[in-house]
Design a protein. Structure first.
Length: 151
């Protein structure tokens, strides 16, 4: 509806004179052309937001499913907690993301999800994380999951 109002306002603004009439057939054609342009622009923007990483500009963040260790299933789960790209995951932090996943999906989410997200941000396979890093992540996840004053 807003698009139609914007198009109508645009078409009315390009009339040659204050009282000049635009024939209905020309007005209708202009309205259809403007509506088509709006729809085309929307489609282009949608396609760009789902373009493969090789087609996106470097300024755009990597999609979750394009990150190492994180496939389509993890991408769907993360999308349900509003994490759609690498930038979102970095912003939340892997421990916070892990807690949100655990809250939303329960036992479906294991400690391996935490390792996978951390390794994805580092650009390595989750099995390449050293024992010290894994232990630190486990401690953070456990510490942050305790209610205040119980720890």
């Amino acid at each position: 509806m807003l698009d139609r109002i914007a198009v109508l306002g645009f078409v009315r603004s390009i009339r040659p004179a204050e009282n000049a009439a635009i024939p209905d057939s020309a007005f209708g054609r202009m309205m259809r052309l403007c509506a088509t342009a709006v729809q085309t622009n929307r489609q282009i923007l949608e396609e760009l937001s789902y373009a493969p990483s090789t087609l996106r500009s470097p300024a755009m963040s990597t999609r979750i499913e394009d990150m190492m260790n994180l496939g389509p299933a993890m991408a769907r789960m993360l999308a349900e907690i509003d994490i759609l790209c690498e930038e979102d995951l970095r912003g939340f932090g892997v421990v916070q993301a892990y807690h949100r996943l655990k809250f939303r999906f329960g036992r479906q989410v294991t400690i391996l999800a935490l390792y996978a997200m951390e390794a994805a941000l580092r650009g390595c396979d989750w099995r390449a994380l050293d024992t010290e890093t894994k232990e630190h992540l486990r401690e953070q996840a456990h510490q942050n999951s305790q209610p205040a004053g119980s720890g």
